[in-house]
Design a protein around this ligand. Sequence first.
Ligand SMILES: [Zn+2]
Length: 474
Amino acid sequence: MQATTVRKPRSTTSLSSLTTNKLIGLYRTAGLFVEKKTKTFLRLKIDNAVRRKMGVSIRKRIIVKLKYDTRIKKSSLRRATEEIIERKISDKSVATFVKTRIRLVWCRNKTVGELLHNQKIYAIETEHVCQCADRKLPKMEGHVMTRFVELESIPSFIKNSRKVTRSYKAIDLQTLKRAIMVATNHLKGLTTPVTLLADAINQERRDNAAWTKKEVNDWKMRFDRLVLAPIDSNQGDTTVICPILYRHAFGKTFLWNENYEAMGALEDEVELLWGCKEEFANLKLDRLGGWKPDGSLGITYVIPKHKDLDRWRPIAPAPSDPGALAQRRRDEEWEEREEGWEKEREKEEWEEEQQQVREKEWEGKCEGAEEPRQEELEKEERQAKREGVEEEKREEHKHEREERQEERGKEQGKQREEKQQGREREKEEEEEREELQENERERGYGGIFVMLFGGGGAGGGGGGGVPFFTIKHK
Ligand SMILES: [Zn+2]
């Protein structure tokens, strides 16, 4: 019976003849399938049927986005959202189910660093005018070069760039109502005004000492036309640098450094990416991981080092590298190989140990004997020979391994370091990057330094020759 069902499944159109109650039951049951593919397939079909019947999707989540504020009471807002759903959807079972799809999420506000740091704007070839003459800030060779911890009168909230700002509109009733309206907008039906209960905001809770975005931006104006950059390996502190000094550092690191090659300005990004994509496909890297169509190239910049502000660390963020997945899988493959080598080594060590045990045993036996017999002498000789061969083999292996590792280390060391750096900053940068990129596009700022495939000698030893995106390091 079941076999017939599988071979000749019932037409999905027959779903629409079922009651909404039954459809919701089926939708819930679909979740019991183990395979994700099956689950999604069934849910989509059932959701379609409900939508045809009721004009409402039961699959889509109702996401109410709230600006973070401790005074907001989520449960109260949930009730208000449920009420809207009840009024919009007449079918009770559908409404009840849709209510379970409500999600109230906090939207993170910007951090101080995200608002203050502007180094990417200054990481360009264009020269800026010196702004130091009438500034009473610590200088280096006549130009401003200092950090917040060294300055007095920096408010404690600003001193830590990781602090999250507060949204002054978060508990505004209109903001809250709008959030619910936006979340339930797709439910068609009768639109009624949102009624918030009095307990939606708990005024008793103390407002935290966080500054608002505007307050931070206003305060920032006192360092107008100066570069404010984070510090390497000191998250939280901010440096204040004259654009002249910053440009010089950027130039030394990237622009005038023969090890890097500028691949073009931001305007060339589209064209560059097209080229990369083609090469990516030609090299069949899509077998490792797909090309991310909405990816982009990172903008390079420099930040001063914690121990010495006059030393700079190059940063090449790659959070949206279109080939990131392939790159990661390639790295994983390497790790696996490395593990393999480790195991091989362990095995060799074990064999060696066993050999020693056998030798000792042999010695013990010999002590008792007056003179080793010819047969045993021969055996010993054979063993020694074998050992020699093994030793040679081990040496060979070791050498090979070292060679591979060295090669790999050379080619990947730098990229790894930068990638790691990228990962660390990925999170904090993503939002900022988006915004900045938008600005930069408009202003034509920024340069792209990128390696377009072929790191470390094509095909050379081990993993060499597998392309990746990063700074072009000749
Ligand atoms: Zn200056």
